[in-house]
Design a protein around this ligand. Structure first.
Ligand code: UTP
Ligand code: MG
Length: 387
């Protein structure tokens, strides 16, 4: 029997880490809508429906606080004890503003030391996986992925009654930058967040939101919505932040990461509000109708590109491609559905979508477009029926 087993739920928390929301402290990770506006139109009923689906999914300030505490504990008590030069940074939906209640916790381990105790991409994942097991987490170490990932599952606890899933990636620096890009977009127009929450819910209940099962990740859906709001909605709801030049000299770290251009415009005070006054309901209906007719066979969604589209031919993404990843692992891009990552432009975010996955995704966009066009609450309620 293990004597040094620690249940994560019983780890003592450091109370000085940050103010609890009930003590009036705003949580640094909680990003909420910035400019809620009353948009009135023929789609008011659908807007109300979208919000009625979203409201119960907003994560509470307390949940955000507890997740941040857990991140800090993993950082200080587990990772830095094993590897003092490493640190644990949150990314994904908890930081970009698109988290829902019970969404997973995406963490990234970085290490800038020239002489780390364990090699960050090879030795450290194994050592930490064993350590997490001692702490009572259910652990799966994935090494054949683009970057090593530790998947942790914590069963139900008093703090997280539904349990908690965590993905810990190693040296995934570009993900920190794309999280910042999404966070910046989410602060420009509050309709983006509502659309993302709704599409995530719809995709989940309709069974088309799993990169592990041949469909599309949440991140992929967010990029489809950004393309729609930047390039398709007219007038556009969002500017292309990667196409606004810097007004002052910027340090190299803001321009390049791992050989990719990571520049985007961050000064929100210099971004005028959109002239597009459409309601969330109308934008959602337009979004579904756009993707119901989208030419997935030939086109690549590319939010960094003016116009938002490239051809598969121009990217060389016309067939399945295998390439060798940085750790000699095989990375397969199926290229049925192509979404170019905004920074890592050699990466197809939709690479996991298989032939059947694409068939299902198209079918769901077509179904959604038809149901939302009805503008009848009795009809569009079927949109989010479990499949
Ligand atoms: P997720 O798809 O888990 O998105 O990717 P999410 O916003 O956290 O959604 P939920 O709440 O879990 O459903 C998490 C992060 O991983 C990076 C992005 O930074 C994304 O925000 N990511 C994901 C990539 O960089 N590339 C990918 O292909 C997928
Ligand atoms: Mg996530």
């Amino acid at each position: 029997m293990q004597t040094d087993h620690k249940d994560p739920a019983t780890i003592q928390t450091n109370r000085n880490m940050m103010a609890h929301p009930s003590q009036g402290g705003a949580h640094p990770l909680s990003a909420g809508p910035t400019n809620p506006q009353p948009y009135q139109d023929a789609y008011s009923g659908f807007t109300e429906y979208v919000l009625s689906i979203n409201r119960p999914q907003y994560p509470s300030a307390n949940e955000m606080y507890l997740k941040e505490q857990l991140r800090s504990l993993i950082d200080v008590e587990i990772v830095q004890r094993i590897q003092p030069s490493a640190r644990v940074i949150p990314f994904g939906s908890l930081v970009n503003g698109f988290a829902t209640a019970n969404s997973d916790l995406d963490l990234c381990i970085l290490d800038d030391s020239p002489n780390p105790r364990y090699k960050i991409k090879t030795e450290l994942p194994e050592v930490l996986a064993a350590e997490f097991e001692r702490y009572g987490f259910e652990v799966k170490l994935l090494t054949k992925t683009r970057i090593p990932i530790i998947k942790l599952v914590q069963g139900p606890t008093a703090q997280f009654p539904l349990g908690l899933a965590m993905d810990i990636g190693f040296e995934n620096r570009l993900a920190l930058h794309n999280t910042r890009l999404l966070a910046t977009y989410s602060r420009i127009d509050s309709r983006l967040r509502e659309m993302v929450l709704f599409v995530k819910h719809w995709a989940k209940v309709r069974g088309i939101n799993s990169s592990y099962h041949g469909t599309l990740s949440s991140y992929g859906y967010v990029l489809t919505i950004l393309h729609f709001l930047i390039n398709v909605a007219s007038p556009s709801c969002l500017p292309n932040l990667q196409h606004i030049g810097a007004q002052v000299p910027v340090p190299f770290e803001e321009l390049e990461c791992e050989g990719y251009n990571i520049w985007f415009f961050k000064d929100l005070t210099n971004i005028p509000p959109s002239l597009n006054r459409r309601s969330i309901g109308e934008l959602m209906a337009e979004y579904f109708s756009y993707y119901a007719q989208f030419d997935f066979r030939n086109m690549v969604i590319s939010i960094r590109t003016p116009g938002g589209l490239l051809t598969k031919t121009s990217k060389g993404w016309t067939q399945a491609l295998d390439r060798v990843g940085p750790e000699d692992q095989k990375v397969r891009s199926r290229n049925f559905l192509c979404i170019e990552d905004p920074f890592e432009i050699t990466h197809n975010v939709g690479r996991t979508v298989g032939k059947n996955g694409l068939y299902d995704i198209r079918g769901e966009y077509m179904r959604a477009s038809k149901l939302t066009r009805a503008r009848d609450p009795r009809v569009f309620r079927a949109l989010c029926e479990q499949r």
